[in-house]
Design a protein around this ligand. Structure first.
Ligand code: ADP
Length: 629
């Protein structure tokens, strides 16, 4: 092919510019990224050869070599992995997968240039880290099974070239022309230090070779050097196969970073093995922070699966229930056949057993973590929203999961959350049910008039302010034998039976007295509410809106509408506080005056719960008239 010059896509040019000008001190991570790519390339070659033996007709001894030429100031990382053809070079090194691009730029905008190296890793653009230390990079690659080799080259000038090349064996070599101030990476000692630090667990031997040996090298020096150059720099033992006591925290952390492209050490490391029914070794991690990928259903990232040391894939979501998708790690089993296909994994009994064991292990880790309030809160703030989904979908573990849930409460301080068992422990002796209030914002929930009666009776109320909470109310059902009851729905009754009876009598009496007024309000608000009645739940506010006991949950309504079903707007019930001076006053009004006052009352109920008023213009006019009076 003719050598052609291509412009980088705008976002790569932009990113490269930032990489080159980055003042970030840890430029050394470029080596980890390139070694990681080499290792992935070998993993892929091994995997593809499971079904196509011709790819390994050369009987490769898998290896990664780092070669330096001090005189030419070059550093080369070579592998004999899968390799790339011209189209793949262009696609892989000239564009960022479009789904990632937007998110990358967004994150870059939010976090600023300093976090660039971190983002490079997270967004799978590790290759470009090479430009932190090099001003020219050439990639020569020959795809396994192909005769021709191609090269990709760029000096960061906004473009790259792709053309023919030659290469003896299959695989890829990445040649870095180091910048003048980056000569440290020509030093054997420095490179070995970095390999040990970041890439010790890489499963293939990484060797170091010096290209420009002095012509007058002594015989004994040559022998020693050649001897050294044969020895791998890394130990290569898969970390998950080593006993926990033999692995340093930093080693776990480096492995985690290699696996996830996270920049921070993991929050929790969970090594464990399955014995008995299925034999497997697993090394799981809880990250510190949630990433956007958690909420992108198209990103199917799961655990990495190895079968007898062969890497099968890192998107094996069958090994984890989706509500634990924040967990990262590796599972290695000798009980699966090597030539597994995705379809087979789907309903494989061994996989199902591993999934159960992994799920149970993670839950028991969280149960232990729960004893450390500060750390558990940290975990909960990052992943609570995702974990909650489990109550809805994993019936077998629902009871264990409920004990891991945390909620803010009406009585507790903002930002503080409690476990359900703590809520139950604090219930007054005559409280039978667990109360909750749904709201979009905790702030609004705290001010909701619907809480007044609960407060009066000394009952606390859980605040369900996460969008998933609404779904959850349908699956929570019971905890510790107690039902979950929405304080803003139907007619909730608080207090002892005697109290309830007294309240009921008082309400009935008030209803009788106010009967003509209630009729008038009903007529006035006919199009907006399904009923008007005297409330037992209000102490300070004049009125509030509540849902009918058997109303469809709003989430269900949204879902049905999304499925193009006709669902009429759910009209709620307006409850009036008969003892409130405002209600008393309005009940004595007539005609237009009454009509305006009722509208204002209704609008004030909407505002009190954080909902918008139905007719803003009318509301403002009525308010202005009132103020002028
Ligand atoms: P990531 O490795 O996270 O996908 P990179 O920017 O590091 O992102 O690499 C982009 C792509 O280029 C890789 O996904 C891979 O397909 C390809 N690639 C990079 N290095 C090699 C290599 N040594 N051998 C084969 N393919 C490679």
């Amino acid at each position: 092919m003719e050598t052609k010059t291509n412009q980088f896509k705008a976002e790569i040019a932009e990113m490269l510019d930032l990489v080159v000008n980055s003042l970030y001190s840890k430029k050394e991570i470029f080596l980890r990224e390139l070694i990681s790519n080499a290792s992935d390339a070998i993993d892929r070659a091994k995997f593809l050869s499971l079904t196509d033996k011709t790819l390994v007709a050369d009987n490769p001894e898998w290896k990664i070599e780092i070669a330096v030429d001090k005189a030419a100031k070059t550093l080369m990382i070579s592998d004999n992995g899968v390799g790339m053809d011209a189209a793949e070079l262009e696609k892989n090194l000239g564009t960022i997968a479009s789904s990632g691009t937007k998110a990358f730029r967004q994150a870059l905008k939010e976090k600023g240039g300093e976090s660039l190296p971190e983002l490079i890793g997270q967004f799978g653009v590790g290759f470009y880290a090479a430009f932190m230390v090099a001003d020219r990079v050439r990639v020569v690659s020959r795809r396994r099974g192909a005769d021709a080799a191609f090269q990709w080259e760029s000096d960061m000038g906004g473009s790259y070239t792709i053309g023919d090349s030659t290469r003896d064996g299959f695989g890829t070599s990445v040649m870095l022309h180091l910048r003048d101030d980056q000569a440290e990476y020509l030093d054997r000692w420095r490179i070995e230090e970095l390999v040990k630090k970041y890439s010790d667990f890489i499963a293939y031997p990484i060797t170091f070779r010096q290209i420009d040996v002095p012509a007058d090298e002594k015989e004994e020096d040559r022998k020693r050097r050649e001897e050294d150059e044969k020895k791998p720099v890394n130990t290569m033992v898969a970390l998950w196969k080593r006993a926990k006591k033999d692995v340093k925290d930093e080693e776990y952390a480096e492995f985690y970073k290699h696996l996830t492209h996270d920049w921070e050490a993991p929050f929790e490391t969970i090594p464990f093995s399955g014995e008995g029914q299925v034999e497997f070794k697993a090394l799981l991690f809880l990250p510190k922070k949630a990433t956007m990928e958690l909420f992108m259903p198209q990103q199917k990232r799961g655990l990495s699966l190895y079968v007898r040391n062969v890497f099968i894939g890192d998107d094996i979501e069958m090994l984890l229930p989706s509500y634990l998708r924040f967990v990262k790690g590796v599972v290695d089993s000798s009980d699966l056949p090597l030539n597994v296909s995705r379809e087979m994994l789907q309903d494989d009994a061994v996989i199902a057993k591993i999934k159960n064991a992994v799920t149970s292990k993670i839950l028991s880790t969280l149960e232990t973590l729960k004893k450390d309030e500060k750390r558990y809160n940290e975990f909960w703030n990052s992943f609570g929203t995702v974990l909650k989904e489990g109550v809805h979908v994993d019936w077998a573990n629902a009871e264990r999961l409920k004990k891991l849930l945390k909620y803010p409460t009406a009585r507790g301080d903002a930002g503080k959350t409690v476990f359900l068992e703590d809520y139950v422990k604090d219930m007054p002796s005559d409280q039978k049910d667990i109360y909750y209030l749904l709201s979009e914002r905790e702030e609004d929930a705290r001010k909701a008039p619907q809480l007044e009666a609960a407060r009066k009776h000394g009952c606390d109320v859980l605040l369900f302010c996460d969008p998933v909470d609404e779904f959850l109310t349908e699956s929570l059902r019971e905890f510790d034998g107690k039902k979950f009851v929405d304080v803003a729905k139907g007619d909730v009754a608080f207090g002892s039976e005697a109290e309830q009876k007294a309240e009921k009598d008082a309400t009935e009496k008030a209803a009788k007295e106010l009967a003509p007024f209630i009729e008038a309000v009903k007529k006035e608000l006919e199009s907006k509410v399904s009923d008007v009645r005297v409330s037992t739940r209000l102490t300070d506010s004049p009125c509030c809106l509540v849902a009918r006991e058997n109303a469809l949950p709003p989430s269900m309504v949204r879902m049905m509408r999304a499925m193009k079903n006709e669902v009429p707007d759910e009209k709620r019930v307006l409850e009036l506080n008969a003892a409130h001076p405002l209600v008393k006053k309005v009940s004595s009004m007539k005609g237009a005056e009454l009509s305006d006052a009722v509208t204002l009352l209704y609008d004030s109920a909407l505002i009190a719960e954080g909902s918008p008023v139905t007719d803003g213009a009318r509301f403002t006019k009525l308010l202005a008239d009132l103020m002028l009076k």
